[in-house]
Design a binder for this molecule. Structure first.
Ligand SMILES: [Cu+2]
Length: 464
């Protein structure tokens, strides 16, 4: 048994003693309900550490590791809309993964592609899924032209596995393969990302999610467990690579590296218990993610599961840079519900940002004066951006309309960090079910003359 309390982890010796039996039991209590509760009250109180005595290197499994957790038996697998998961195999009791850092031709939406940096042919990298107590061995091959390293963000691990280039290890040179190996001592939603020349490498997309399921399945069970990673990019129309030097003016805002309307919907059967894990490895922006039609509970951060008394209801959860937030709710109201960043410039695609403000301009006079010189000229944007997108204005090469796509009732004037939660009664497949059919009497429609009269509503004509 290792001593877990002799570390100065914000805990004095007296506080440690006050925690009592939990401290003495150390790793053994880690997986019990009581151990979890204590850990929540005193962060860092549990922390069975990997030591030299047990860790002989090579492929020996550390004494704290448990048999590899199995999908189905130990956990309901996470769903990654538009994304992939990293496959694994078991060797000597450890789960073995292989990440390959490389350039990736990525499509953000039809019409917009760029050469990004990612892992295993994917931007962002595939989601790594494992179970608390698993021993994981992750090989990282560098197929970039530049050195790199991988940091396991939010994971409790030995210092030399933390992946900060120069600080915890030397950088992985082009062509080299490094081995990371550690035992997962926690559960929750963590991430991974390059920690070498971060501005360039994170900016170009070298990020991913790392989900660790608890060894003991919590009740009530989650039916649909989604994971979404947020990012932002600067891709000037006509160019083929994101500009990682951008500091403020990002023009492509993504969920799992896609912009609406290319974001896949989150499909759920009515009555199911839903979890959405949201990570943010954007270079510079925090994202307030808003769900329509529901109140959810914030149940987790990347620091772990919140005790019930510390969860609170919200409809918008702020996900700061370098953080994850997890929300849960029961999907009891069918429909097509928007799930999006509430920063208005983050539900736009390219071009919206640098457009001159034409709101309220009367175009007729300007057009009459300019058209003799430039016959194709037409003033745009005087009624905002929505109409321009809808008209299908021609756009420069390798760019996409500012906003949106066709919806059931009209054109959806949204882009960027926008997707749809689709809740349906009695579905047997999670394929995209199409648009929601609103039951009669539950859809907003133009008011009739009778409606106006009966309710004594007087309407003045629009000007012009
Ligand atoms: Cu945002």
């Amino acid at each position: 048994m290792k001593k877990t309390m002799d570390r100065k982890n914000g805990l004095s010796r007296r506080e440690a003693l006050a925690v009592g039996g939990a401290a003495v039991a150390g790793g053994a209590l880690l997986l019990s309900g009581r151990g979890t509760a204590i850990a929540q009250d005193v962060p860092g109180a549990k922390r069975p550490r990997e030591g030299t005595a047990a860790d002989t290197g090579g492929s020996n499994v550390n004494q704290e590791a448990l048999p590899p957790g199995e999908e189905g038996r130990d956990y309901t697998p996470v769903v990654v809309p538009n994304g992939t998961k990293l496959p694994w195999k078991v060797v000597g009791g450890a789960k073995v993964y292989h990440l390959v850092a490389e350039e990736v031709e990525h499509e953000f939406a039809p019409g917009l592609r760029a050469t990004c940096w990612g892992y295993n042919g994917s931007v962002h990298g595939p989601l790594i899924e494992a179970v608390e107590g698993d021993r994981v061995r992750i090989f990282v091959t560098n197929r970039l032209q530049a050195p790199t390293s991988v940091h396991w963000h939010g994971l409790l691990l030995p210092n030399g596995m933390d992946g900060v280039g120069g600080l915890n290890q030397r950088a992985i040179k082009p062509g080299e393969t490094f081995k990371y190996e550690f035992t997962l001592r926690q559960s929750g939603t963590c991430m991974y990302h390059s920690h070498h020349d971060e501005m360039t490498q994170i900016g170009l997309g070298m990020t991913g999610l790392f989900v660790i399921h608890p060894r003991k399945r919590p009740e009530p069970r989650i039916d649909r467990d989604f994971a979404v990673l947020l990012h932002e990019w600067r891709i000037d129309p006509g160019t083929s690579r994101p500009n990682p030097n951008e500091m403020t003016d990002f023009n492509i805002l993504t969920m799992n590296a896609k912009v609406f309307p290319a974001t896949a919907p989150l499909v759920v059967r009515t009555g199911e218990r839903v979890r959405v894990r949201i990570g943010n490895l954007s270079p510079m922006s925090h994202h307030p993610i808003h769900l329509h039609g529901y109140q959810f509970l914030i149940t987790e951060t990347d620091g772990g599961r919140l005790p019930e008394s510390a969860r609170w209801p919200e409809t918008t959860v702020l996900v700061p840079v370098g953080s994850t937030r997890t929300v849960e709710f029961v999907a009891d109201e069918p429909g097509d519900w928007a799930l999006h960043c509430h920063m208005t410039h983050h539900v736009m695609n390219q071009m919206g940002h640098e457009f001159p403000n034409m709101i309220g301009v009367k175009p007729g006079a300007i057009d009459r004066k300019v058209q003799p010189l430039l016959p194709e000229y037409m003033t745009m944007g005087q009624d905002g951006m929505g109409e321009m997108a809808e008209m299908g204005m021609p756009v420069p090469q390798n760019s996409i309309p500012m906003v949106g796509g066709p919806g059931k009732h009209d054109y959806i004037t949204m882009g960027g960090m926008f997707t749809v939660l689709k809740v349906r009664d009695g579905i047997t497949s999670y394929e995209n079910p199409g648009w929601y059919e609103n039951p009669p009497g539950t859809l907003a429609l133009p008011a009739s003359a009778d409606d106006l009269e009966q309710n004594d509503i007087r309407v003045r004509r629009n000007k012009n």
